[in-house]
Write a protein that binds this ligand. Structure first.
Ligand code: 5GP
Ligand code: MN
Length: 348
């Protein structure tokens, strides 16, 4: 945020505004938690607030307060309502993404709106599309930034258990359950405050991680047995999942979430990928260990980006050609990718 006072003035309860909050395609816990947490807070400040997501999201997030009122832009009959709200809004919050591309079809309407755009995000290299920015790559999660922002505004007393649980969920998942290197002292301090506000950490972990369907677990077994390929020399492992595979296991949104981490968990593996064939192309999830900057690779070759160790991208080639291209690119760029790694390996 360039000027916190200016921002504070925008959301002052003395001048109620029409506010839309949106987040990236296929929202995760940080995207939805930050959106719903912020929405509840802004409602307490007398604003009229709607959360609009560009797509559906996993059902293990449905417990969040405000979920019932979320408008899914892709749901039948909802896009016209969403477009109207976007057109009429005074403020649009863009949470947990750094480029309007990540709104897919909704992006053009947000861009065309007369509303002031506010970007709150923790990704690298944000595009310059907003009127206000509260962005920091130091933050582990957008939910952490929402907490910090409300704190700086001096509104901590407006937080309650429901808001705390939304924010806790995003921090928990974006730190990989407080495991990733982004788990800073501030993460623990904020999390402690959220627990003090009533966030039930154990309940949230259960709701998010332990509500698998049997199909999802069977699919995991299938993917691990039949769809995992290892490129030993490149310290790389990847899954490639076809539409047919997804159909066979009646896959739901969210069922492939976390799969890529199994590839990275293999001893000696430093780069992991998951290729999923979707109706509009191949969606790719990348993960890396230590110094390997996989977001740069995703941005250079797969029209994507993200964080140093967790990134994503897309490919318009068929699944098999995408995978072939990936294998080729990994080998070709091994030197750059593993530059840091080689140094690490030499030390060990
Ligand atoms: P996931 O693999 O969990 O879908 O995404 C991991 C991270 O990669 C996300 O937090 C996001 O930062 C980034 N990411 C995922 N997909 C895309 C994409 O299509 N474009 C960009 N720029 N980043 C992405
Ligand atoms: Mn995030």
């Amino acid at each position: 945020m360039q000027n916190i006072d200016l921002f504070k003035e925008q959301i002052s309860s003395s001048s109620p505004k029409k506010i839309v909050i949106t987040t990236h395609h296929k929202p995760d816990a940080d995207a939805l938690g930050s959106s719903l947490g912020l929405a509840s807070y802004l409602k307490k400040k007398n604003h009229s607030v709607t959360v609009i997501t560009p797509s559906d999201y996993p059902s293990f997030l449905n417990w969040m307060k405000g979920n019932d009122e979320v408008i899914n832009f892709e749901a039948p009959g909802k896009s016209e309502i969403a477009k109207e709200l976007i057109r009429e809004a005074d403020l649009i919050f863009c949470l947990d993404f750094s480029s309007l591309k990540r709104l897919i079809d909704m992006g053009e309407y947000v861009k065309a709106s007369k509303a002031k755009l506010i970007n709150i995000d923790h990704h690298q290299d944000p595009d310059d599309f907003a009127d206000f920015n509260y962005c920091s790559t130091e933050a582990a999660a957008t939910c952490e930034l929402i907490y910090d922002l409300i704190y700086k505004i001096g509104d901590i007393e407006l937080l309650d258990q429901d808001i705390a649980e939304c924010l806790y969920a995003g921090i928990m998942t974006d730190t990989g359950g407080f495991k990733h290197p982004n788990t800073t002292k501030n993460v623990h301090l904020v999390t402690a405050e959220l627990i003090a506000l009533g966030a039930d950490n154990s309940k949230i972990a259960r709701l998010i991680y332990d509500t698998n369907s049997l199909n999802k677990l069977r699919f995991l077994g299938f993917a691990l047995t039949r769809r995992l390929k290892i490129l030993e020399e490149s310290h790389t492992a990847y899954f490639s999942i076809s539409k047919k595979d997804l159909r066979k296991y009646a896959s739901q949104t969210g069922d492939t979430e976390g799969l890529v981490n199994y590839a990275l968990s293999l001893d000696g593996i430093k780069i992991a990928a998951l290729f999923t064939e979707r109706k509009d192309g191949v969606k790719i999830s990348f993960r890396s260990a230590e110094e390997v900057e996989i977001n740069k690779f995703a941005a250079s070759f797969f029209n994507g980006g993200g964080h140093k160790n967790a990134a994503g991208g897309i490919s318009e080639l068929p699944l098999d050609e995408t995978v072939e291209r990936f294998e080729h690119l990994i080998k070709e760029n091994q030197h750059t990718l593993y530059n840091q790694l080689e140094i690490i390996n030499e030390k060990n």
